[in-house]
Design a protein. Sequence first.
Length: 130
Amino acid sequence: MTQLYTLLYIVRYTPLILTVATAGSFADKIGPRDEDANVVRKETDSVTLKCSYESNSDNIRLYWYKQYPHSAPQFLLYRGANSASGYGYNPSGSRFSEQTTSDATKLIIKDLQISDSALYHCALRVGAAQ
């Protein structure tokens, strides 16, 4: 599984800094564009975290996870790419949503809260059953 790591800090009344970095080098790729690597937001703002991906497979899934320091990643949602139907688990209600196209997946977080400060992971899985 190829992963993207996105560090999201939300700070009360001051800008937050969003840092994106990729790990690994694979034939199937997922990662941010350079202009998506750093984003600044404040509490109550919205943010869109974006992963661009490349794969020759039509049978892939794109996953989003949230991780607090010294904790295991928490599954947020996934979507089958190149598919009209998607599946997801959304523990935070309507503040978290996703959009997936044939070359990118986005995690949208509305009404940012301090508790959204975390490391966000985007992962690409090839060969997943749809």
